[in-house]
Structure formats: C-alpha cells, structure tokens
Design a protein around this ligand. Sequence first.
Ligand code: ATP
Ligand code: MG
Ligand code: MG
Ligand code: MG
Length: 485
Amino acid sequence: MKSQEIRQKFLSFFEERKHLIVPSAPIVLKNDPTLMFNNSGMAQFKEYFLGNATPKSKRIADTQKCLRVSGKHNDLEEVGIDTYHHTMFEMLGNWSFGDYFKKEAINWAWELLTEVYKIPKNILYVTVFEGSKEENVPFDQEAYDIWKELIGEDRILLGNKKDNFWEMGDQGPCGPCSEIHVDIRSEEEKAEIPGRDLVNADHPQVVEIWNNVFMEFNRKADGSLEKLPAQHVDTGMGFERLCMVLQGVQSNYDTDVFTPLIAKVSQLTGAKYTVKANNEEEEKVNIAVRVVIDHVRAVAFAIADGQLPSNNGAGYVIRRILRRAIRYAFTFLDKKEPFIYELVEVLSEQMGDFFPEITAQKDLVKNVIKEEEASFLRTLEQGLHLLDNVIDETQGKVVSGTKAFELYDTFGFPIDLTALILRERGLELDEKGFEDAMAEQKNRSRVASEVSTDDWTILVGGNVETFVGYDQLENEVKITRYRKI
Ligand code: ATP
Ligand code: MG
Ligand code: MG
Ligand code: MG
C-alpha cells in the first residue's frame, strides 16, 4: 500500500465515523509563547481541552506535521542514528472532545489496524496504565478489560506513569494512555526473545506506533486529581512507522516516504545507501543520508510555513537543523557544494498533493536552503583553513582546547568536526580545555540552563521561558537553553 493511500485510509475511516477532517496546523507556532513548534497532533486543540474554546465538531481527525527538536520532545540526537525517530514527521490523530471515550477509541483503533490495514494480530502488543498509589491514580481497568476482549491478556503490558500517563503540565487535564506497539522482527529473532520483553526497549523493529490518551482527570493546583466534567480522547499515530509496517520493510527510510529522496541524494552525491550496512564505513554513509533526507523535510516545511532560518528563536533551531545536515554531507558524503536544496523538488512532487504549501512555496524554500548551504559551506572551508593554522602551531600531539573553542565560538566551526579532523591526522583535542572554555563562556553569558519537561510551560506571573538556542556541541544538542524573561 502506497503511503498516500495509507494516509487517506486513516482519514476516511474516521470520516465514516463522523469525524470532521481538518488540515494540519502549521509546523511553526507563532502565537504560543510556551511552545515553539507543533510537536503533537493535539497541540492545535489545546484550548478545547482547557475549555477556553469550543471545537467545530466533537469528533476531529487529521494528520499533523510535527517537529520534535526542543523541550520535552527532543529526538534530534536519535535522528539518522536510529531508523524510526524523525525531526519532522506526520502524526495521524483522532479526537473526541467530550464525546466518545475508551470503548470506541480502542475498538476503532483495533478495527483500523487489523481489518482495514490488515496488520496480523500476532505482531501487536498494547500497554495499559498500571496505576500509581502515591499519585492516587488508579489502574486503568476499563482499558484493560476492553483490550482483553480484542488482543488477549498475554499481549497486554502494564506501563508506569512515565510511559502511560499523560499530563498537559503541572496542572490541567491529564489521564492514562494506552500505546500500541508492533513487532516486525523475523520469526527466528522472535523465537530468541519474546516481543513483550522488547516493548519500549529501543529495538528498531519493536516500535510504538499509536498512542491513545484518555483525558479523564484534572490536576488541581494542590496536586490532587478530580474527574473532568467531560472526558476526551487524544490519539497520535506515527505515519512513517505505520508505512514501515504496512510496506513490509524494516525501517521508516525504506518506505516510499523516503526512497525517492534517497534516490535523489545518491544521484547528487554518488552515495550508496544500503538497507543493511555491512561495516562501519557503510553505516556512516547511511546515517549521513538519513540525516540529510530527514532534515530537509523539517527545514523545507518550516520555511514553507513561514519560518526562515535566522540567529534566534525558532529560526535558529531551523538553521541548526540544516547545518547538521550540511555537516554530515560534508564529512561523510564528501559533498562540498550546495545540493540539499535540490531535494525540495522531490518533496514537492511527493507531498505537494496533500500539503500544497510545499509546492506553493517551492522556489522560496529552494533559494533559502541554497543560500544557507553556500554560506555555511564557506564557514566550513574557512574553519578548515584556520584549523590548519592551529595544527601548524601545535607542538606535540594535543591541540589546545581554547583554540578549538575559539574556532567554534567565533567562526561556528563544529567541535566534533574539529575532533574528527584531528583524529584523522593522528592528533588529539584537549577536551578538558575545550569544556572549560565553554563553561567560562556560559558563565559569562549567564544563561540559565534549563530543560522544559512538560508539553507546555505554565506561565507564572509573566515569567516566560524563551528558547535561546542549542548548546552547540552536536553530541549534546538535545540540551536546549532557556532564559527567563
Ligand atoms: P517513542 O517512545 O517512540 O519516542 P513517543 O512515546 O515519544 O514515541 P508519542 O508522544 O506517544 O510518541 O507520539 C505518538 C506517536 O508518534 C508515537 O506512537 C510514534 O508512532 C510517533 N512518533 C513519536 N515521535 C516520533 C518521531 N520522532 N518520529 C516519528 N514518529 C514519531
Ligand atoms: Mg519519544
Ligand atoms: Mg513512547
Ligand atoms: Mg507514546
């Protein structure tokens, strides 16, 4: 089944069940000081759950463009390394705003997966919230009993608060959730380790595909829970993961969502993408290809939705994502000229039917990406030149961390690239010196390092956290910095 058809089947299924189908909200949020990018399907419906607005319909379904690169949901570090976390992905979702609840939601999810998409029952597992005494939240008996009739008890796992209880923030709507996982390993592998042991264990072929959240409580300021007057359903299914299952492949990147992009990268760079890498060199190329084709989607859709790369806020996040792609291509695909912009054509051909903004803004998107590529490649070339000077001045094997920091801080030359080049030349980086210089600079700029842990930051007395950028060490890029204003 082609990805277009998979998406359409989801929407039609819920349309037939009286859901209003709405377009995806933009990937970049302009009016929400607490969230920079849409990171889940429900973000655009937040006000409905809070009771501040009334939905057009009590049942809604859509596919939402999501970006998970900051705050609580930051998958950037995984992207390209694993085969099922993207920066930008589509989240298919259905919602009930005070209408249907667990029985319908679970039964429909099951019907869609096993009867419409015909996923064999024996590769599915589900999780149910086990309850928490100290939080005074009960075991989700209701969901358990519904699932028991459908999937059988041996395929139900109990999950803790971290995986199976959703909260909007410190206060507000919350409730248990039930996740659906697939096990697409070969029969031999399954015989060795049972699938249940691998659920939520970061196995690339035992992955979560669909989360069903049942909002039934309200958390009050004193921390206690009360029943919500109306109960809601919020679900999210990873579209690319679903395509992986239905197309019988082992990685999101082997679905038709990504293969045309891989073909284009190969044509433009000569890189050979292998479904299963045989050695470290092949794996490096694979990772670089995945990084490039993942990141171009995030950047292209962000620009199409009005967010240009820049030096602060959301624009800076977009610039960093693109630069990560350029750097991987520069280092591992040996590509020293702009080429990522040429992938926009493929994206537009492939996704333009469903997301017309990518075609409408195609020229702008291409030009912006090309310019960014050209300018960052100049920085890289210049950095290489300066690094050569530093190496020339170095006596012995260890290169000064302060000098490396200068390159990084003043010229934006990525530190892991410095480390890589030094290694290739048989030299070492004084990492401690680098870290000290970094810590000193952090002190100077008095940036409070804080990671947002909720889906939304609750605003207290006008104390808003604004994103000021990634810590630039790629390996630590998941750490976002916030400044209280
Ligand atoms: P995971 O545990 O795999 O990181 P999650 O629990 O963080 O997923 P949810 O917040 O429950 O994900 O989002 C709903 C669905 O969206 C998931 O079941 C998954 O299919 C999909 N999804 C989540 N994060 C990503 C991502 N980075 N790339 C692609 N799909 C994703
Ligand atoms: Mg996650
Ligand atoms: Mg999960
Ligand atoms: Mg989940």
